[in-house]
Design a protein around this ligand. Structure first.
Ligand SMILES: [Zn+2]
Ligand SMILES: [Zn+2]
Length: 389
């Protein structure tokens, strides 16, 4: 066989785990439902265990250890490490270092371990079934995690922890409800299969289906439906641009239970130092994309009765000029803000005067942010106009 077309060897352990659990979920789980039925208690326990697994991957493996978007109390870290292991997606160290490579080399077929450019199957599960070069472990980008006691404890005992977390809770539920087989099937297997494939959707479907409101520099998409299944991780376009932000669904109405969990845990001291991208930066990214899309739309629109294409493009140009002016002023203000902070350290300025300056700067910052918000609305109206023209 030609070396170039030869496929890398199959990783049998992963392949068998994925196939056997899937077969049980497809055949034995419904068979048991028809012949014996499941009690409500078992169904609820399966649901709770599924949620705890999924959210440990999103809040723990992803937003805490891969991206350090916040800090967590050791007690919470242990829970996230245990229930994350139950999700059976490898250790935190392996997962996070692979995920960091995904961000750094996104869409690069040679270096992104689950490059979406290699198709749905590969980015969903195919990348884990064979010994691809792009999927080889390399912890050079995870030195911080190699010094983390909890991460390394979980890494060293990964197999034992994963087996214990996959068998003990279903067995306990089985003993408590008097239905061990039912619990092993639902809390054990079905929970694992659904947990696997919903998480895998973030690498596959969230790079294929959805909108790109913040950046078109990669394939990542924002998709509210995927967010419903993945505890908020469906807002993947935002996440790829602002990976240090603890939120993925950045708007208040977006479904992001991982964000809500991290935020509410901060009220009881379990999390702290939650990082957020500045709202001005987010608005700027959105407006950049809106200008790009408006220009594309205008270019593909035929002339209207009242306004010619030329006149519309003049308006668009004016808007863009205004946008650039706002950004310039914003940068100058930031410069002033930092200078003022530095001066404060160097010399004791008059307190009242200092307060006046900060308030004045603050007011101007707010005004500029408002101006950008209004511009977003105007651009939406303009784009609608091109669409109906
Ligand atoms: Zn991604
Ligand atoms: Zn990420």
């Amino acid at each position: 066989m030609n070396k170039a077309t030869e496929k890398p060897p199959i990783l049998w352990l992963q392949t068998l785990v994925f196939s056997i659990t899937l077969l049980i979920a497809l055949i034995a789980v419904p068979w048991y439902a028809f012949t014996h039925g499941y009690s409500l208690a078992v169904v609820i326990c399966a649901l709770l265990f599924w949620i705890s697994n999924g959210i440990s991957i999103t809040a723990g493996y992803h937003r805490l250890w891969s991206h350090h978007t916040y800090k967590a109390h050791p007690l919470l870290q242990i829970l996230l490490a245990l229930f994350g292991a139950a999700a059976t997606q490898n250790s935190i160290l392996v997962w996070a270092s692979g995920h960091r490579r995904h961000h750094r080399h996104v869409d690069d077929n040679e270096r992104d371990p689950y490059s979406a450019k290699k198709g749905f199957w590969f980015s969903h599960i195919g990348w884990m079934l064979r010994h691809y070069d792009s999927g080889k472990d390399n912890f050079d980008n995870a030195k911080d995690l190699q010094h983390d006691k909890i991460v390394m404890w979980q890494h060293r005992h990964y197999l034992a922890i994963t087996l214990a977390m996959n068998f003990i809770p279903p067995l306990l539920v089985g003993i408590a409800t008097g239905d061990i087989i039912g619990s092993l099937l639902l809390v054990g297997v079905l929970r694992l299969v659904i947990s696997h494939h919903t998480t895998f959707l973030i690498n596959s479907l969230a790079h294929i289906w959805g909108k790109r409101p913040y950046t078109e520099s990669n394939t990542a998409r924002d998709n509210g439906f995927i967010a419903l299944l993945t505890y908020g991780e469906g807002y993947h376009n935002y996440h790829h641009l602002f990976q240090y932000d603890y939120r993925n669904g950045v708007r208040w109405w977006q479904f992001d239970p991982t964000k809500w969990l991290i935020k509410s845990a901060s009220w009881v001291g379990l999390t702290k130092d939650l990082k957020r991208a500045p709202s001005f930066k987010i608005l700027k990214a959105m407006l950049d994309m809106k200008f790009k899309k408006a220009q594309e739309k205008l270019a593909s629109t035929s002339e209207t009765e009242e306004y010619s294409q030329l006149e519309w493009s003049k308006i668009l140009e004016q808007e863009y000029q205004q946008f650039s002016n706002i950004l310039n002023e914003w940068n100058q203000l930031r410069q002033k803000w930092y200078e003022q902070k530095r001066d404060k350290l160097n010399e004791a300025t008059h307190a009242l005067q200092e307060k006046w300056h900060s308030t004045a700067l603050h007011t101007r910052f707010k005004e500029l942010k408002y101006a950008l918000k209004m511009q977003t609305r105007r651009l939406d109206l303009l784009t609608q106009q091109f669409a109906t023209a």
